[in-house]
Structures are given as C-alpha cells and as structure tokens.
Design a protein around this ligand. Sequence first.
Ligand code: MG
Length: 327
Amino acid sequence: MIGEFPPAPGRTPAANRIGHPARHDLHPVDPGRRLVVAITARALFDLEESHSLFETEGIDAYAGHQRQHENDPLTPGIAFPLVRKLLAIKALGRDDLPEIEVILLSRNSADTGLRIFNSIEHYGLDIVRAVFTSGAPVYPYIKPFDADLFLSANPESVHHALDHGIAAATILPSKAPERPSDQLRIAFDGDAVLFGDESERISQEQGVDAFADHERSRAEEPLSGGPFHRFLAALHRIQDAFPSAASPIRTALVTARSAPAHKRVILTLRHWGVRLDEALFLGGRDKGPFLRAFGADIFFDDSPHNIENARQHVASGHVPHGVSNRG
Ligand SMILES: [Mg+2]
C-alpha cells in the first residue's frame, strides 16, 4: 500500500504538513536555537494492538483496521507526556525560547497514517511535519530534520540514529503514570548516556575497585560527552530562559555511581556549563523507586538491567550504546 507522501529516493524529504498553518517557513531558524524531537507513531500513541494485528495478519488487515477506526483517537503512548509538555512550552510563544518542534516519523503509509493525524488533532498537539514511509525504514530522515532526540519502538532505527550522533532511545512498554504537574521531568543515567562509556568500561573490565581508583585519580579530567549530551544542552537552553523556581523543565541525573566517583561527574557538568536540577548517586540501588519519587516523565539508561527495573515505575527508553550493549 503506497501512500502519496513518501519522498522520492535520493531527495531530501519534503516534509508533509498537515493540520496547522505552517508559519515555520517564514522564519529561518538558527539551528543552535532549536530543539527538534523526532518521534515514531508507536512511541507517541499506543499502537500495540494494531501492531500485533499487523504482525499476525499482515498489512492489509492492519490497513483495514486503521481505516475502520480512523475517527477513534488512539490512546496516548509511552512518550506522549514528554511530547505534550514540550509542545506546551512551545505554545507559550516566547521569542526568547529556542524553537521547539516535534516531528512524526511513521512506517505507515500516509493513508493508514490518517488515524494518527486525526489523533494528533484530537489531542491538540502542534505537530505539523511528518514522514510516512509505507514500511521502509524511517531512520534516513532523522538526520535531515536535524533531530536532537529520536524516540522509537524499533531498536534498529534507534541504533542507526545513535550511529549518526543523535540522542536516541528505544521506548519500551512501561508504567507511565502522568503526573498532574505540567512540568516536564526528564531523568538521565550518567555513564554511556550523558557521558561517554570510558569509565563504564573500566568498571566492567576491571571491577568496581579499579573503577573507583580510576575515577578518583581522574576527578579533574572531564568525561567525554555521551549520546545525550547535546540533547541535555538543548534542554538547558530552554531552562535558561526561566528563573529556576519557575522552569517548565526539571532534569535529574540518576546514576549508579557513588562517592568517590561522584566528583568527576560534578566537575564534568561544571566544565560543560550545564545544570542538572537533581543528582542522585545511588551506589547500585535499584533506580525505579527513585525515578518514581522524582516523577520522571521519561528516563534514559544504557543498561538493559536498569531499564528493566525502571520501566516498572516510569516511562523508560533504552539507549543501546556503549560497553553494556556489546555482543
Ligand atoms: Mg550507564
């Protein structure tokens, strides 16, 4: 089933704009002052039921089902609160804020994707650019959109985005209680997420004592930036436009590090000039209950073990990067 929107091979994709007047053309934007989140339909909405129909009965049954239910709004998915809250910040319409944009990428055809756009309209989400690939991979379009963050249920797409230096995570089925608060709360693991995995490698290859010695002796030496470094910096640019008590975004570092390995992290963040509102040095305690206490709308971690625990408590995205994901 071929929709009318997939871009011709070899061309930069012309984004589809549906629903809202696209004022964006009139204002060329400095990329440094923009936060772009690319999200797939399965991360934004709960499409698990129709996806399993696709897997068991094929594309025609899936397409028929979506057309039949075209006017039934989809249930919000794992990353819906993140998107809704980001778009609420955008809706403030403040000139001093970086431009925020959410882009929808979908392997649906434009035809079956109509239900997705109807749902976007139902929830009043200001998403105007979208790509529908009719079953082809969506990842070639992440880079041309200059996305700062890519969220998908498809690990292959996420791997590809990470390989191109884009913060990306595989959204897993999670417990996702949306807090009544409108503040967007994002929690990050440290090693191999905000930071490179160089210290994590020492820990896994030489043990925790060697890791502690290594980090103590290099406390003054900043860690390298990891896959989510640039996304954190983009959030920081938004936070900077607000007094800290009134910020619409709150961030937390939730790391298995503990003293004395905390110092290198703190000095690295100081070196970057980036603020995290909360820092939890948990020394190996399960992260889930702490993430729930923080009220994370989403948590990003490279460790499958940590994500398995976290997703019992909050929406979680696995970052398949670094030594914990080798082999
Ligand atoms: Mg880690």
